[in-house]
Design a protein around this ligand. Structure first.
Ligand SMILES: [Cu+2]
Length: 461
């Protein structure tokens, strides 16, 4: 079997078979997906959508079909939280409590996984806690972690790829006093950027045509906006970046010689800021970036690009001088290193659907992890990478990468919950589950691999 085939195994659910059938038609006809995006005429880019901010304290979220604007008068059918694509940005402080009632208005079951949040099993959106169509489910949890950018998305067994791809995802920002003390850019100067790829049918509606190597979209979207632009002042900005793609890796860079100042990633602030020209970001990974437009001439257009795809993702139009304050702190936070692992576990990401030779079984628990014990987890693969490895229930610290890229890159320091595993690479992380006991998941966050079974249940005991 070829490694890259339309996603279709006999065990997939009906809707997946439908998706496969249409993917096959696409492969045969080859004309029903829009081609590479053409740059719009100058001045014709669409204002970047900024999702509204909501509190999780008493939040109702519906997941349902909707027609959403994409910019420039274009609309698409989508699956959306509260009719929004992306969903509303949830904002809370560390030690706040969340009470989010999901109402499933979809025709399939769904769950919400709070990616990066340390929550008990009943609130984790585990696929065994499937919320049926027409049913509501209350996710209640205290926020027990430090400031960071997390996100929320569906996690139903074999249906995650489709539901995320068709629009169900949103940002979840946590703040704390330590971060507030840094005086980082805020308000209009702090902008979430959910970057992803997408495919559209000839009517301009999102379509999900998965392949076993992962969904590959021909069009980029930032915050659900086609060809977006953002007017920025000559000021310091903070961008909270999420790769919301099913499978695509972005190599982000700004043109006109403007660097990124990396200050954080999945698990919040790094210890110190790092100036970088480009950053490779895998699915589900996050970045906290400062960009200094203060020395850029008014009238300049600065483009956020993906160097791998050759895509123009987002145009910043630099406008007038302002007296916006803010500095780029060199010292950001203190991160206590995990050390002295008690045990080592091995995870081989095999083929496109197995971990350690096993496909996911929702009713099988593959291993147990003692609560509060520091462990070394070693991730390897025998091909079909990249595999963005994601763990529920705890963050981890990346220790080493051997072979392949052979190094831990600056945006993998600090606390992570997703790490990119390329072919031939071995990545070691230290991890300790000190939040809750219960059932959690490790899986490939290439959502097509996850849906095909590259996922494992484990129990923190
Ligand atoms: Cu994978």
């Amino acid at each position: 079997m070829s490694n890259d085939t339309p996603l279709g195994l006999s065990s997939r659910r009906d809707f997946v078979r439908t998706a496969i059938a249409s993917a096959g038609m696409l492969a045969a006809g080859g004309v029903r997906v829009l081609g590479a995006p053409r740059p719009p005429p100058a001045g014709n880019r669409n204002p970047l959508k900024i999702p509204p901010i909501v509190s999780p304290a008493n939040l109702d979220l519906s997941a349902a079909p909707a027609v959403v604007p994409l910019g420039g008068g274009k609309t698409s059918s989508a699956l959306a939280y509260n009719g929004l694509f992306p969903g509303p940005t949830i904002l809370a402080n560390s030690s706040d409590s969340a009470a989010v009632r999901l109402t499933n208005g979809l025709s399939d079951g769904t769950t919400i996984h709070w990616h990066g949040m340390i929550v008990e099993t009943a609130a984790d959106g585990h696929p065994k806690d499937l919320v049926d169509p027409g049913v509501s489910y209350l996710y209640e949890f205290p926020i027990i972690q430090r400031a960071c950018l997390n996100w929320y998305h569906p996690h139903p067994h074999m249906m995650t790829g489709e539901q995320v791809n068709l629009g169900l995802a949103g940002a979840f920002i946590i703040r704390d006093a330590q971060e507030a003390g840094l005086g980082l850019p805020s308000g209009a100067y702090e902008v979430p950027l959910i970057i992803r790829d997408a495919n559209f049918d000839r009517s301009g509606n999102l379509i999900y045509n998965p392949r076993t190597t992962g969904f590959v979209g021909k069009i980029s979207l930032v915050n659900g906006t086609l060809d977006p632009q953002l007017n920025v002042e000559k000021a310091l900005y903070r961008f909270r970046v999420l790769n919301g793609s099913n499978a695509r890796i972005f190599r982000l860079s700004l043109d006109n010689g403007v660097p990124f100042h990396l200050i954080g990633n999945d698990g919040g602030l790094l210890e110190s800021s790092v100036e970088l020209g480009q950053i490779e970001l895998g699915p589900a990974e996050r970045l906290d970036l400062l960009v200094d437009f203060r020395n850029v001439l008014a009238g300049t257009k600065v483009m956020l690009r993906c160097l791998d795809a050759g895509w123009d993702l987002l145009e910043f139009d630099v406008t007038q001088q302002v007296n916006a304050g803010g500095t780029i702190p060199t010292t950001l936070s203190t991160i206590t290193p995990l050390s002295n692992p008690v045990t080592t576990r091995f995870f081989s990401f095999d083929g496109m659907s197995k971990i350690n030779g096993l496909e996911y079984d929702i009713n099988r628990t593959d291993f147990q992890v003692p609560f509060g014990q520091t462990e070394l987890w070693r991730f390897t693969t025998n091909g079909n990478a990249p595999h963005p490895v994601h763990v529920h229930g705890a963050s981890f610290q990346v220790q080493t990468r051997t072979k392949g890229r052979g190094t831990v890159v600056p945006w993998e320091r600090g606390w992570k919950d997703t790490v990119l595993l390329q072919d031939q690479e071995t990545v070691e992380v230290l991890i300790r589950f000190d939040g809750y006991r219960g059932l959690y998941l490790i899986h490939c966050h290439k959502l097509e691999h996850e849906d095909m079974g590259m996922m494992s249940n484990f129990q923190v005991v």
